[in-house]
Design a protein around this ligand. Structure first.
Ligand code: ZN
Ligand code: ZN
Length: 107
């Protein structure tokens, strides 16, 4: 595969050139830095349906009980052996609660 011509980092005021992604090494988000894509992490079609159905049953965040649900989360993370599709291992969270949980798990 031919290398892309370098382009300027999209970060405002940064003029580093990058051949990979839209940002230079310094401004690339951790997400772009080679975290597996949603697909690689196994968020497949089956999961999409399971999580959507779960959120329909739990329209309000189960952590704060006030905000609308935005994402379905695994109570026991998959990497720790949690069941991906079992409703007992799911919780519906709003974005702030989900972010707070993610921060606790990945300090
Ligand atoms: Zn940059
Ligand atoms: Zn919440």
């Amino acid at each position: 595969m031919p290398t892309r011509p370098p382009r300027e980092c999209l970060h405002p005021r940064c003029h580093e050139l990058t051949t990979e992604g839209n940002y230079c090494e310094k401004h690339r988000s951790p997400y772009e830095k080679g975290r597996p894509s949603a697909h690689d992490r196994g968020y497949d079609w089956h999961w999409y349906k399971v999580s959507k159905r779960y959120r329909m049953k739990h329209p309000v965040c189960e952590a704060c009980n006030s905000a609308p649900t935005e994402c379905t989360d695994h109570i026991i993370p998959l990497v720790e052996g949690g069941d991906k599709y079992a409703e007992e291992n799911l919780q519906a969270l709003c974005v702030p609660c989900h972010n707070a949980k993610t921060r606790r798990e990945n300090p």
